[in-house]
Design a binder for this molecule. Structure first.
Ligand SMILES: *Cc1c(COP(=O)(O)O)cnc(C)c1O
Length: 423
């Protein structure tokens, strides 16, 4: 087939797939930016998700309550501020395959990584290393390195960096498991991503957790690119802890309050914890007797009373995920959408575009390296100028993330049609 025949066929398929997409109605629940009088193709939900239309109303509700009820707002209305985080617990837990008591929305992602490491990174003697990836997201690297230093050790020797094989860009599960086995005597913690931010590779969290457990090494996952993207079962897998931000696939707004997971098996243990009053059991929190009594579950890790306006945005957005039928339903479409995109890229771009993301370990994001004569960054710029919102990550990747809630198959088609013209 010629390129134009491939494109014509793809366009027809896109129209058919959109016509039978049970989730297509959700697109109208979001504010989609415009470019030259048309909605942009927004494939940047991996960086900042779009704003659900409900969000403004949810935030207005709390603004009004503050105006009208002031301090009494802690107890008034449908969502009293005193227990506001509890309104996010069930939907928040469903999203990551957890029990409600295992999930709490608080702080921000890197802060949560630190607070959780305060509990789960307990180096002793030879067993003091943290296993992370080579070229982890900078914040994760800094967090792990500074935890090591905080305990009086040295990042140069006590961070164990997982590298892909020579000539490869993604990690092989077999290599991760072997690294854990070989270094078990020295590992005090494993901290890995659920979905790698640069390549889009989904790691086998279940296998990694099982292996870690054989050697009683605590394992935590950074789910920044996994939450709201892939289906997970943190509780059943036995993951010790996890943290994620909610401004990426969770569409909760810039700098939104983040999520944290602590497995039930740790709830009644006397784990060391950095404490604050909001982690205190709620009925006696105001006794002011300075005898810390932890709240049940992950709630005990809270420090401060949370920013309600920001939590309102998270609450509104999680409701959209719930209405859509949760991650099982969303990932069914996501798989179709991303596979359709991959197929079009293979058919229409040939070797001018290399896809780094492994097909058997992909979420919604595909990471593309441009191999045509035009530099990747120039192609990225041309896409931007044409109203296609994707992102550029140094040194050479264009990340493209169609999301099942607000992206259509036509979006995927429009992206490829524009890309082909710019290669
Ligand atoms: C987005 C992202 C972060 C951002 O951290 P914040 O504390 O929310 O600023 C951290 N780690 C990973 C892996 C990310 O993808």
């Amino acid at each position: 087939m010629t390129l134009s025949q491939d494109l014509t066929k793809a366009r027809q398929q896109a129209d058919q797939l959109d016509a039978t997409d049970g989730l297509s109605g959700f697109r109208s629940q979001f504010h989609i930016p415009r470019h030259a009088d048309e909605a942009v193709v927004y494939f940047c939900g991996n960086s900042l998700g779009l704003q659900p239309k409900k969000t403004e109303e949810a935030m207005q509700l709390e603004m009004q309550k503050w105006q009208q009820d002031a301090v009494n707002g802690h107890f008034s209305g449908d969502f009293p501020w005193m227990t506001y985080h509890e309104f996010l617990q069930e939907t928040g837990a469903d999203l990551v395959g957890a029990k409600p008591s295992e999930v709490v929305y608080m702080n921000s992602l890197t802060a949560n990584l630190h607070f959780l490491m305060a509990s789960f990174y307990r180096p002793q003697g030879q067993k003091r290393k943290i296993l992370i990836e080579d070229h982890a997201f900078p914040s994760d690297h800094y967090a792990a390195a500074s935890q090591v230093a905080w305990h009086g050790y040295h990042a140069e020797t006590d961070l164990l960096l997982l590298k892909p094989r020579e000539g490869e860009v993604t990690l092989q599960t077999e290599d991760i498991l072997k690294t854990i086995e070989r270094n078990a005597d020295e590992l005090a913690l494993i901290l890995l991503p659920g979905v790698q931010y640069y390549t889009g590779q989904v790691l086998d969290m279940e296998a990694i957790t099982k292996k870690a457990q054989q050697y009683a090494i605590p394992v935590g996952f950074d789910l920044a690119h996994a939450a709201g993207n892939i289906d997970m079962a943190l509780h059943d897998w036995g993951v010790d802890f996890a943290a994620w931000c909610s401004y990426k696939y969770l569409n909760s707004g810039p700098g939104a309050v983040a999520g944290a997971f602590v497995h039930e098996k740790h709830h009644d243990k006397d784990l060391p914890r950095l404490q604050g009053w909001w982690g205190h059991e709620k009925t006696s929190r105001f006794d002011m007797d300075n005898q810390f009594k932890p709240a049940p579950g992950a709630d005990a890790w809270q420090l401060s009373n949370p920013p309600i306006l920001s939590l309102a945005a998270v609450r509104a957005s999680l409701e959209v995920f719930k209405e859509a039928g949760g991650m099982k339903t969303l990932t069914a479409k996501s798989k179709q959408l991303t596979s359709f995109l991959r197929q079009m890229l293979e058919d229409c771009c040939g070797d001018k575009v290399q896809i780094l993301t492994p097909e058997d370990a992909q979420g919604c994001q595909l990471s593309l390296v441009i191999k045509s004569d035009k530099p990747g960054k120039a192609v990225y710029q041309a896409l931007t100028d044409a109203g296609i919102v994707v992102d550029w990550r140094e040194p050479d990747v264009i990340r493209v993330a169609p999301t099942p809630l607000y992206n259509s198959f036509l979006d995927a088609y429009r992206f490829v049609e524009t890309l082909v013209a710019e290669l």
